[in-house]
Design a protein around this ligand. Structure first.
Ligand code: CFM
Length: 538
């Protein structure tokens, strides 16, 4: 029996001081989907309360780690103390597959290793030296420079260094003012990364003539090999994938990505900025897709095929879907009887807490609570609320680029009527309906969940699996509940597409049906074992 969600909410908040409880009350919401699809308002993208243990990361993580991290042949240099570079060194399981002669810098960790002296006298010279040294060693096509907190505090002009180096070396050098403190979470880093990629890379080369059905996949970072699975599916359908931002892609693909006819947006949170800017400047429409979940994959493939409106493409897509679903169905027949009726919670990032619900639905499991770490209201409530999101001082801190149609290269790929027809057919054209519309009434939505709140949720709901990240994993498991990492997939994956769905079903089956969890005695199952001691007297 599930507990009453309102009671749980009150219990979560009662440990907090009044002011904190008042703020958190706006971020913990009982879901209710109205007839017109609207849902209750969730406070999101606001500062975490100091002292609360949040799941969030920093702006530098969102920019250097998330969006640029998977790029294979852009040489990424962290300008800052060595720790920022070291701890962002390939911890995200993003994979890439270069050809035998292609450069691959992903396994390197380059840092300017700022010292006290540089903090006092400035680090620009050291940065310029580092860029020259890196160029001499690797001869890359492009170098990205990433600012860390102290760089912003001492005021190094990294953009000037980038300009000077670009002129001197004759390669593309660009910088990101993604100091960790710049925004309230890694979300700000996504925006900064989108801006600079758009400004300095996208559309800087003209490639060969476009093949038919060319598109980019935006917001797919090839964690655990997801992109590899998707690339194969697209190839089988007869689609031509140009660039993936940024899983398993190259600088040249980014630079020529403005030539395609469609952008398919997977992770709305991290890359909707680029999708919108490319639409305004080049006339490329975007559709929302989700390749997590077999049905979701089928729906997304049909959405892309519908956009291109070609009979043969549609037929080939249906064949691929049929094959894929057959494989998934066979696995579900075996697994679903063991997972049916179990419960899950997902507290992850800015899109997976939504996307992965598809896979749990297919397993017959119920999602009782979910939330994002750092997503915005539109990811919860849908883009329909965009106009009513208040811009606060923290968001104003992040640059909004002024974008206009390119005088020579703007080419509307579809007429307004065609796009409206596709949207009317349910295709989320330039639209995202958000997480809550897909969740049951009465489920709990918790934005930027804290450690304390997770504990209360687990104690009260005793879910069969809790999905989060490495920081949460062992605390959750000590409570006798398996924790599936949905950032790194633990050592598993890929989980995208049809093959990925089968992998996920097997992994979750093992987790929720292992008897090992009943051997863990969480604190509330133990007898009261108060510690007793006496002060010694002499
Ligand atoms: Fe997008 Fe991501 Fe995510 Fe994200 Fe991330 Fe990630 Fe994530 Mo970790 S880009 S919002 S900043 S889907 S690294 S691949 S898993 S928190 S839900």
């Amino acid at each position: 029996m599930n507990p009453n969600a309102q009671d749980v909410k009150e219990e979560m908040l009662k440990a907090f001081p009044t002011k904190v409880a008042r703020k958190r009350a706006q971020q913990v919401v009982l879901n209710k989907v109205a007839e017109d699809g609207s849902v209750p308002e969730v406070r999101a993208n606001s500062r975490a309360v100091p002292g609360i243990i949040t799941q969030r990361g920093c702006t530098y993580a969102g920019c250097k780690g998330v969006v640029l991290g998977p790029s294979r042949d852009i040489l990424n240099i962290t300008h800052g103390p060595i720790g920022c570079g070291f701890y962002s060194w390939l911890t995200r399981r993003n994979q890439t597959r270069p050809g035998p002669d292609d450069p691959n810098y992903m396994m390197y960790c380059l840092s300017t290793d700022l010292q006290d002296e540089n903090i006092i006298f400035g680090g620009e010279k050291k940065l310029a030296q580092a860029v020259e040294e890196a160029y001499a060693l690797f001869k890359p096509k492009a170098i990205g420079i990433f600012a860390t907190c102290p760089v912003g505090l001492i005021g190094d002009d990294i953009h000037k260094v980038a300009r000077d180096m670009k002129a001197k070396l004759g390669i593309n050098v660009f910088a990101f003012s993604c100091e960790g403190y710049k925004g309230v979470s890694q979300s700000a880093g996504h925006h900064i990364a989108n801006n600079q990629l758009f400004r300095h890379v996208v559309g800087t080369q003209e490639g060969p003539e476009q093949k038919p059905f060319s598109f980019n996949l935006l917001g797919e970072y090839n964690i655990g090999g997801d992109s590899f699975v998707l690339e194969e599916i697209f190839r089988k359908c007869g689609l031509n994938l140009k660039a993936t931002f940024s899983g398993n892609s190259t600088y040249d693909q980014f630079a020529t990505s403005h030539q395609v006819d469609l952008n398919a947006v997977m992770c709305h949170r991290s890359i909707n900025y680029l999708a919108n800017m490319m639409q305004v400047k080049f006339g490329i429409p975007w559709v929302k897709v989700n390749f997590i979940g077999a049905e979701a994959t089928a729906k997304s493939l049909r959405r892309i095929a519908a956009f291109f409106g070609d009979k043969d493409l549609a037929a080939q897509t249906e064949t691929v879907i049929e094959e894929g679903l057959a494989e998934v169905e066979a696995a579900l027949q075996e697994i679903r009887p063991r997972t049916e009726g179990k419960t899950a919670m997902l507290f992850v990032g800015g899109s997976r807490a939504h996307h992965y619900q598809e896979l749990f639905k297919e397993l017959g499991m119920k999602v009782v609570a979910a939330g994002y770490e750092f997503a915005h209201r539109d990811d919860y409530e849908g883009r329909r609320v965009l106009g009513s999101i208040q811009v606060d001082a923290d968001s104003r801190n992040i640059e909004e680029l002024e974008v206009t149609a390119d005088p020579d290269r703007y080419r509307p790929r579809r007429t307004q009527e065609e796009l409206e027809r596709l949207q009317a057919e349910g295709n989320e054209v330039g639209d995202y309906r958000g997480m809550m519309a897909d969740m049951e009434d009465g489920s709990l939505i918790v934005d930027d969940i804290s450690h304390h709140e997770s504990e209360v949720l687990i104690q009260r709901y005793k879910p069969d699996v809790f999905c989060a990240g490495i920081k949460e994993k062992y605390i959750v498991q000590k409570m006798g509940v398996p924790c599936k990492q949905l950032h790194s997939y633990d050592s598993g994956g890929p989980y995208a597409g049809f093959k990925g769905a089968v992998n996920f079903f097997r992994d979750i089956d093992q987790m929720v049906n292992s008897r090992v969890w009943s051997l863990v005695k969480p604190p509330w199952r133990r007898e009261a074992q108060g510690l007793a001691a006496q002060y010694g007297r002499s």
